[in-house]
Structures are given as structure tokens and as C-alpha cells.
Write a protein that binds this ligand. Structure first.
Ligand code: NAD
Length: 376
């Protein structure tokens, strides 16, 4: 009997992605796996049941799918109700957000399911092709630049027309990680004059290689593992003061700054927003962690002194087709590590498998999550 991988329809409101795409069905079939798809699972990403091809088996309803699936692929963390329906011994792989849903982790543990959190995969070179944080951040960065151009009262490119020459917009991107660099690249393609800023020095070359100008400030804050560290209160104040001049001249400001395990750093105080031009736009991609702007209201679009502050949540879901394609390929690359000759075979010595495992055989394997759910 081949292993069965099931893909249910995502139920989280506003979630349009699906954890599978047609080329991945073919690749899994070649590994000796049978792919089960709940009818209509891809509809909100505009992937029809027929698109998944003859190799995929369509299943009527989630209950029937969970009953049969040895492995379940999810985009959003499975709800307690979904976990309840999964069969004994099943493996579930997806984004788990354990800090947000500790009760779901407890349920996974109690049901003795094996669960893997894609966001916990170590960010080492070998695992780049499994990195959902990167693939989905790239989608969000692209979309942020498009949102900025849409909400702006100006063109991004210079336009020379019979009605005169229009100056290009200035787009400033704060936080030049995966999302920020994609926002820089997209705003550049749209013809804007683009500036990038980050507290990590390594980003200077990356921003400049995209043809944008890097804003160099006095503060440097390299942290562990290639990430930024949190700034001290003094550094925060200094950064806000030094950045205010650049922000006041920007037509569109895209902010993506994040520090692992911490709320989004507040980089733009109200006083800086009040220095911006009327009609200027802030796209706060850090809204998920509370936002980089003091005025940000996650999930809302507000206006302050003529400045639009847009703070979208779950941005990758707004580009559902390609975001699903990238996500499904990340899942495939991960699951291939644990399928040998059509059978499930987990190598617990492999750090990619060991570090991303959330629950297994009735225990919470991930230490920080165990402390959160069971107390330190
Ligand atoms: P992230 O989402 O954690 O943060 C976004 C950016 O915000 C980062 O560039 C960070 O330096 C910046 N930032 C934090 N505080 C700031 C502040 N106060 N002011 C300005 N900027 C601030 O980061 P990410 O996009 O997930 O990636 C971070 C790093 O990890 C990058 O160097 C990236 O290349 C690296 N990475 C490595 C791999 C791999 O090797 N497999 C995969 C993905 C990312």
C-alpha cells in the first residue's frame, strides 16, 4: 500500500492558498506516494480539481480525506477540529505557529500525532529549498511594492508625455531581509527611485546589487544566525531621529523590520509620520508582529495627516497561485527527506527533521514550545 498524502481545503478565513500544486503531485507520485485532494481545495487559489491531474485522487469532504491520509499537508495550523479528524499515527506538516496556538499543540501531543512546523526548519544552505519563511516573504515583499504603487497618488516611474515630464516616486524600504529585498527589486522594476535600509551591514551590497541606494546610518545591529538583534532604547531613539529625514522625503515607505521572537521594532513614531508629505503611503509588512509604525493598526488601512498607513495581514494569501506553488515545492523538498522507497522513514539524526519536529509519540519535541505549553 503506498503512503497517502492528503491535502484538505484551508478553512482559516481569508486564507486562499492550498498546500499542493500540480507539478508536485507528479513528483510525489514518482516517489511512490498517492496524493489525495479534497474536492475544491485549490479553488480559492484558482487551481481547479482537474488541474491537479489524473494522478491525484479527489476526495469528497475533509472527514473522508483525514480518515485515509498518512501525511497531511497544511498551509495554516490545523484547528483542534481538524486534528481530531486525523487518523491515528498520522503525520501533519505545515506552518504551526505554536506560540499563537499552544492549545492545538497540546491536542497534537495528546492525539500522539507527529507534527512538523515548516517555520522551524533550520535556515541552513541545505534546507533553503524547504524554507517557507523565505518563499512566502518573497511573495509578501513583491506584493507590498504593488500595494504601494496602487495606494500612491503618484506614478512610480518617470513619465515623459506631451503633458510634461513627471518625476519618479521615491520608495524607501526599511528592513532588507527576504521581503525587503523583493520589495526593492519590484519597486525598481516599476521605475521608482528606490532606497533601502537595514541594521545589518551585509544588506548594503544586496540593496546596491538591485540598483537601489543604501542608506547608511551609524547604528549596526548584527545578531545571531544572520539576523538582527533588538536595539537598545538609546539606539532606537537615535535610529528614529536619523531616519526621520529620509522618511519625510519618501512617497512610499515599505517597512519589513523584524527580530526573531520579538514584537516588530517600532521604527516610525507618530512624529515622523507627521513629517511625511500628504498623500504619502506606508505599507507596514511587519503588521503581523504589531507593525514598525507606532500608528499601525494590524489588518487596517488608516489615514493620519493625509498619510495612508496600510497594514495588511497574511499578504502571501493575496498572491495565492504562486504562493501555493512555492509553498508546495517547499513541502515536497521537506517530505522527500522522510520517504524512502515509498515508505515513511524518518532519520532523527537529520537536524532538519529533528529541529522542525513539534510533536511525536505523545511528547512535545521542540523545547521552547514544550516550555510554553507545559511550563518550564
Ligand atoms: P526577518 O524577517 O527576521 O527581518 C527582516 C529584516 O529586518 C532583516 O533584514 C533585519 O536585519 C531587519 N531589521 C531588524 N530590526 C531592524 C531595525 N531596527 N531597523 C532596520 N532593520 C531591521 O529576516 P529574514 O528576511 O527572514 O532574513 C534574515 C536573514 O536570514 C537574511 O540575512 C537572510 O539572507 C538570511 N536567510 C538565510 C537563509 C539560509 O541560509 N537558508 C534563508 C533565509 C534567510
Amino acid at each position: 500500500m503506498p503512503i497517502k498524502i492528503g491535502i484538505p481545503k484551508e478553512l482559516t478565513p481569508g486564507e486562499r492558498r492550498v498546500a499542493m500544486e500540480p507539478s508536485v503531485v507528479q513528483k510525489l507520485t514518482k516517489l511512490g506516494v498517492e496524493v489525495l485532494i479534497e474536492k475544491g481545495a485549490g479553488a480559492s487559489a484558482h487551481v481547479t480539481d482537474a488541474d491537479f491531474g489524473d494522478e491525484a485522487r479527489l476526495v469528497d469532504g475533509a472527514a473522508a480525506l483525514y480518515k485515509e491520509s498518512d501525511i497531511v499537508f497544511k498551509v495554516q495550523p490545523p484547528s483542534e477540529d481538524e486534528i481530531e479528524q486525523m487518523k491515528d499515527g498520522a503525520v501533519v506538516i505545515g506552518t504551526m505557529l505554536a506560540h499563537k496556538y499552544p492549545e492545538r499543540v497540546a491536542k497534537l501531543r495528546d492525539k500522539k500525532l507527529t507534527s512538523f512546523a515548516m517555520e522551524l526548519i533550520p535556515r541552513i544552505s541545505r534546507a533553503q529549498a524547504m524554507d517557507v519563511l523565505s518563499s512566502q516573504a518573497a511573495v509578501a515583499g513583491y506584493k507590498a511594492a504593488i500595494m504601494g504603487s496602487d495606494l500612491a497618488c503618484r506614478f512610480f516611474p518617470m513619465l515623459t508625455t506631451a503633458a510634461g515630464t513627471i518625476r519618479p516616486s521615491t520608495v524607501l524600504v526599511i528592513g532588507a531581509g527576504v521581503a525587503g529585498l523583493q520589495a526593492v527589486a519590484t519597486a525598481k522594476r516599476l521605475g521608482a527611485m528606490v532606497q533601502g535600509y537595514d541594521v545589518r551591514s551585509a544588506t548594503k551590497e544586496q540593496v546596491e546589487s538591485l540598483g537601489a541606494k543604501f542608506i547608511e546610518l551609524s547604528i549596526k545591529a548584527e545578531g545571531e544566525g544572520g539576523y538582527a538583534r533588538e536595539l537598545t532604547d538609546e539606539e532606537k531613539k537615535q535610529q528614529q531621529d536619523e531616519l526621520a529625514e529620509y522618511i519625510s522625503k519618501a512617497d512610499v515607505l515599505i517597512t519589513t523590520a523584524a527580530v526573531p521572537g520579538r514584537p516588530s521594532p517600532k521604527i516610525i513614531p507618530t512624529s515622523t509620520v507627521e513629517k511625511m508629505k500628504p498623500g504619502a503611503v506606508i505599507i507596514d509588512l511587519a503588521a503581523e508582529g504589531g507593525g514598525n509604525c507606532e500608528l499601525t493598526q494590524p489588518g487596517e488601512t488608516i489615514e493620519h495627516n493625509g498619510v495612508v498607513i496600510h497594514a495588511p495581514l497574511n499578504v502571501p494569501s493575496q498572491v495565492p497561485l504562486h504562493a501555493s506553488e512555492m509553498y508546495a515545492k517547499n513541502l515536497f523538498n521537506f517530505v522527500s527527506l522522510m520517504i524512502k522507497e515509498g515508505e515513511l522513514a524518518m532519520d532523527w539524526e537529520d537536524e532538519v527533521i529533528a529541529e522542525s519536529c513539534l510533536t511525536h509519540e505523545g511528547a512535545i519535541k521542540h523545547e521552547a514550545t514544550r516550555n510554553l505549553v507545559e511550563g518550564a
